[in-house]
Design a protein around this ligand. Structure first.
Ligand code: FAD
Length: 489
C-alpha cells in the first residue's frame, strides 16, 4: 500500500490550493481526482474577491491570475453593486476570471511544486485508526495516509462516510444555467417577472451567451434538457432568440448547508464539502481557497510534528464561523432577490443604505473577505485580522509584507530597534526580520490603527500577536502557534 502524509480527495479549487500549501511546507501530499483533466463542463464560478487575490499574492502567484482575467469592481450584494476602490489594499477590486480558467492556472502551480494528481480516480471509502487512514480508491487500490482531507465538493463522500451532519435549509428556488449559441442578439442584462430574476450576458465578444433563468418549480432531478431550456427562454422572453446549441446546461439551487464539524479525527473537510450555499455574491470558490490557506500550514505543522494535533481544532474554530457568515449573507441575498413587491421594497431600502459609505464598507468588506477576524482573544485590533501588505525597508533592500510570506512560513516582523529578541528557540520555523515602515496602518472598515512595534504573522497572513518584543506573551504566542521552544536550534 502506498503511503503519503496527506491524501486530498478532490482536485477542485480547494483541493489544489491545499495541496500547494502542504507542498510548500515540504509535506508529502497526493490528490485523488475523479475528473480525467482539469477541464470543467461549464465555466462555473465567475471570479475572485480581493482577499483571495491577496492570499495568492502572499504566495507570489497573483500575477498569473490577474494577467488572465479582467480587474474590475465585481462585488454585489444581491446584485446591488459595491465599489471597493477606496479600500486599503493593493487589490482594491475583484477579478473577473471564470473558474474554468482559474483551475488550470492553479493546477500548474501545484504541478510545479511536484504534487502528484491521481486522475480518473475516486475515493470510494476509508477507515481511520489511531495512526492513520486507509483510503480506498476506485479500481481496487488503496492509499495509507496520516490525514485525509475531503475537498470533494458539495456531495462529499468523505463528509457522508465520516458521519458528519450537514445541517441547514432545503432549496426554496432553482435556477437553470446554460452557455449557448443563439442566431439572434438577445436582450442582454436582467429581467424581473413574477417568477424571479433572469439574466442573459456575455463577458467578451466571441464567448457563448450565459443564461440564468429562475425556475417555476424547485423539485427537479438531474440537468435540464435543451427542450426545457428553450421552453423556459420562451416563457420569460417570448422567444428563444434562435437558440442553436448549448455547451453546458445545468441547474443550481439555494440549498444552504454546513458541516457540523470540519474535523472527525484524522479526516478533515474544506470548501464545498464543508459548506454549500447559492452563488449570490460569488463566494463559494473564494471561501474554499481561504479554508485551504487556513488549514494548510496547521496540518503541515502537525504532520511534521512541530505542533500537537490540537492545532487542527483551531481550523474548525476559525473557519466554521466564516462559513456560517457566508451562508447567512447568501440567505439574505436570496430574500432580497424575491420578485414580489414587498421584497422589492426591501431591496430598494437596502440599495439606499448601501449607497452610504459606512454600510457599503461593512458589507463589501464581508463579501470580499477583507474583514475576516479570527477570534484569538483579547488584544490589539490587529490580532486575528489580516496583516496589511506594508512597504518595508530591510537590510536586504525594499520589500513588502506579502513577499515575506511567499514560502508560507511564519514571520516575526520587528519594526522597532533592530534585534531585541532571541528567536533561536524557534529559528528553524519562524523568520525574524528587522524592518522599517514609513506611514500609517489602515485596516478595512476599522480605518487607521496604531502601529505596533512588532507583529507575529502566521503563514496565512493573519496576525497571531502584536506588541513590544519584551511582551512576556510573545514566547507563549510563538509556542501556541508554531510549537514548543527548541533550544537545540
Ligand atoms: C453557477 C455557479 C456560479 C458560481 N459562481 C461563483 C463565483 O462567482 N465565485 C465563487 O467564489 N464561487 C462561485 N461558485 C461556487 C464554486 O463553483 C464552488 O464553490 C467551488 O467550485 C468549490 O470548490 P471545491 O474545490 O471546494 O469543490 P468542487 O469545485 O466541487 O471540486 C470538487 C472536486 O472533487 C472531485 N470529486 C468529487 N468526489 C470525488 C471523489 N469521491 N473522489 C475524488 N474526487 C472527487 C470533483 O471531480 C471535483 O473536481 C459558483 C457555483 C455555481 C454552480
Amino acid at each position: 500500500m502506498t503511503e503519503h502524509a496527506v491524501v486530498i480527495a478532490g482536485g477542485g479549487p480547494t483541493g489544489l490550493m491545499l495541496a500547494g500549501e502542504l507542498a510548500l511546507a515540504g509535506v508529502d501530499v497526493v490528490i485523488v481526482e475523479r475528473r480525467a483533466s482539469q477541464d470543467l463542463d461549464g465555466s462555473r464560478g465567475g471570479g475572485l474577491h480581493s482577499r483571495t487575490i491577496e492570499v495568492l499574492d502572499q504566495r507570489g502567484i497573483a500575477e498569473r491570475f490577474l494577467s488572465a482575467g479582467q480587474v474590475m469592481q465585481v462585488q454585489g450584494f444581491a446584485l446591488i453593486p459595491l465599489d471597493i476602490s477606496d479600500f486599503p489594499t493593493r487589490h482594491n477590486y475583484g477579478l473577473a476570471l471564470w473558474q474554468s480558467h482559474f483551475e488550470p492556472i492553479l493546477a500548474d502551480w501545484v504541478g510545479e511544486l511536484g504534487v502528484p494528481i491521481l486522475r480518473s480516480c475516486e475515493v470510494v471509502g476509508f477507515a481511520q485508526d489511531d495512526s492513520g487512514v486507509d483510503v480506498e480508491i476506485s479500481g481496487g487500490t488503496s492509499l495509507r495516509a496520516e490525514y485525509l482531507v475531503g475537498c470533494d465538493g458539495g456531495r462529499s463522500l468523505i463528509r457522508k462516510a465520516a458521519g458528519i451532519d450537514f445541517a441547514g435549509l432545503d432549496p426554496s428556488t432553482s435556477w437553470m444555467i446554460a452557455e449557448v449559441e443563439m442566431d439572434e442578439e438577445p436582450e442582454f442584462g436582467f429581467r424581473r417577472d413574477s417568477v424571479g430574476r433572469h439574466a442573459l450576458g456575455r463577458r467578451q465578444d466571441g464567448e457563448p451567451v450565459r443564461v440564468v433563468l429562475t425556475e417555476r418549480h424547485v423539485d427537479h432531478t438531474g440537468d435540464p434538457s435543451m427542450g426545457e431550456l428553450r421552453e423556459a427562454l420562451v416563457a420569460v422572453y417570448g422567444t428563444d432568440y434562435g437558440l442553436r446549441s448549448a455547451s453546458w446546461i445545468s441547474r443550481f439551487t439555494d440549498m444552504t448547508r454546513q458541516a457540523a464539524s470540519y474535523r472527525h479525527g484524522r479526516v478533515l473537510l474544506a470548501g464545498d464539502a464543508a459548506h454549500v450555499h447559492p452563488p449570490h455574491g460569488g463566494q463559494g470558490l473564494n471561501t474554499g481557497v481561504q479554508d485551504a490557506v487556513n488549514l494548510g500550514w496547521k496540518l503541515a505543522q502537525v504532520v511534521i510534528k512541530t505542533s500537537p494535533e490540537s492545532l487542527l481544532d483551531t481550523y474548525h474554530a476559525e473557519r466554521h464561523p466564516v462559513g456560517a457568515r457566508v451562508l447567512h449573507n447568501t440567505m439574505a441575498q436570496v430574500a432580497l432577490s424575491s420578485p414580489d413587491d414587498r421584497h422589492q421594497a426591501l431591496r430598494d431600502t437596502m440599495t439606499e443604505l448601501l449607497s452610504m459609505d459606512e454600510p457599503r464598507r461593512r458589507i463589501a468588506a464581508m463579501l470580499s473577505g477583507l474583514d475576516i477576524h479570527y477570534d484569538l482573544g483579547e488584544g490589539p485590533p490587529l490580532l486575528g485580522r489580516r496583516m496589511p501588505d506594508l512597504d518595508l525597508h530591510t537590510a536586504d533592500g525594499p520589500t513588502r509584507v506579502f513577499t515575506l510570506l511567499h514560502d508560507a512560513r511564519p514571520v516575526l516582523l520587528n519594526l522597532g530597534e533592530p534585534g531585541g529578541f532571541d528567536i533561536s528557540p524557534w529559528a528553524n520555523r519562524v523568520r525574524f526580520i528587522d524592518a522599517k515602515h514609513a506611514g500609517g496602518w489602515e485596516l478595512p472598515v476599522l480605518g487607521e490603527v496604531a502601529a505596533p512595534p512588532a507583529v507575529l504573522i502566521r503563514p496565512d497572513g493573519h496576525v497571531a500577536w502584536a506588541g513590544d518584543l519584551t511582551d512576556p506573551e510573545l514566547p507563549q504566542a510563538l509556542a501556541t502557534w508554531f510549537g514548543a521552544a527548541n533550544p537545540a536550534h
